[in-house]
Design a protein around this ligand. Structure first.
Ligand SMILES: C[S@@+](CC[C@H](N)C(=O)[O-])C[C@H]1O[C@@H](n2cnc3c(N)ncnc32)[C@H](O)[C@@H]1O
Length: 294
């Protein structure tokens, strides 16, 4: 089938998009198709064409320019959660396009998965305190939503993040619940917990780590999961239809991993096989290594 992208040059097509201040809904598939065709040699010229939005005013440009020094900072994740759209007409449609990317939807889905797990842990607590550790806690939005929906909380959170700006932001957002939250500005690689946890959750973090670090951290933190407790570690799936756009326009590179790879890491970390499985959010783009410690 011949599409609009085949009918005109990429330059002409992108120029047209900019002339109308960004893509409309019916352009989304064509842009994705165009970006999927960008070869390694064409990445820089393509970025030149897209230069008008590769600045912090758009979400994808925020990723590209990395004002906080790295991709996947708390601020961009929060923009995804809040479905933030820059009201400036030069950028609005591009942000709307970003929020329709399957990967962005998967990030919102994974937050819901976390909120559901927190509710379940609280429901089953029987009035006893339960301890939760979150690695790479970022904006702490899943905990925020959990508190918004909860009366009678039994959960106490240790929240570890390397970026003090993330902690300051999360603290300001969580003023009402600070007595349940213990923020620690630390690197998860160096951090050694001083207690065992009923739930250890991490999303948007392990996909930045090499395999050997992934396994090292699994082994370390499994020690600090209480008997009967759970550990849930998120990672982008190798099947991610938004991978190319994240890499080409967002300069956002992650270690994408399959279910088999995640289970293999658990084996390498000496976690018993009958404790492990892989769960996924509804789009299957974010996988989670799930460990139920016996
Ligand atoms: C993509 S965000 C995910 C935030 C949150 N988990 C979520 O899913 O909404 C990753 C967070 O991990 C933090 N981070 C990255 N590397 C870290 C490390 N080595 N130790 C602790 N935190 C780290 C970043 O500062 C950032 O806030």
């Amino acid at each position: 089938m011949t599409t609009i992208v085949d009918k005109c040059s990429p330059e002409a097509y992108i120029r047209e998009l900019f002339e109308k201040n960004g893509p409309d809904r019916d352009d989304f598939d064509d842009i994705m198709e165009l970006i999927d065709k960008v070869s390694a040699d064409d990445v820089e010229p393509f970025r030149e064409l897209m230069n008008g939005i590769l600045n912090p005013a758009t979400i994808i440009g925020f990723s590209f320019t990395k004002p906080f020094g790295y991709n996947g900072d708390f601020f961009i994740i929060e923009k995804i959660y809040q479905q933030y759209v820059n009201p400036d007409p030069r950028y609005r449609k591009w942000d709307e396009f970003f929020h329709r990317l399957p990967a962005a939807i998967a990030v919102i889905n994974r937050k819901k998965l976390a909120v559901d797990m927190l509710h379940k842990l609280n429901r089953n607590a029987g009035g006893e305190p339960r301890h939760v550790l979150i690695l790479g806690s970022g904006p702490v939005t899943e905990v925020f939503e959990y508190f918004t929906e909860t009366e009678g909380n039994n959960l106490y959170f240790d929240l570890i993040d390397l970026d003090q700006r993330a902690i300051d932001y999360a603290k300001s957002k969580h003023r009402a619940n600070l007595s349940y939250l213990n923020f620690q500005n630390k690197n998860v690689i160096r951090h050694v917990p001083d207690k065992k946890y009923d739930l250890l959750w991490s999303a948007g973090l392990f996909d930045y780590f090499k395999d050997k670090h992934f396994v090292f951290l699994l082994k370390r933190y499994y020690e600090f999961v209480a008997e009967g407790g759970e550990m849930v570690i998120g990672n982008f799936n190798v099947e991610n239809p938004s991978r190319k756009i994240m890499e080409v326009l967002g300069d956002w590179f992650l270690y994408h991993r399959s279910e088999e790879e995640l289970l293999g890491f658990a084996r390498q970390a000496d976690i018993p096989e009958d404790c492990t499985s892989v769960i996924r959010e509804p789009l299957g783009i974010n996988l989670f290594l799930y460990v139920a410690k016996k």
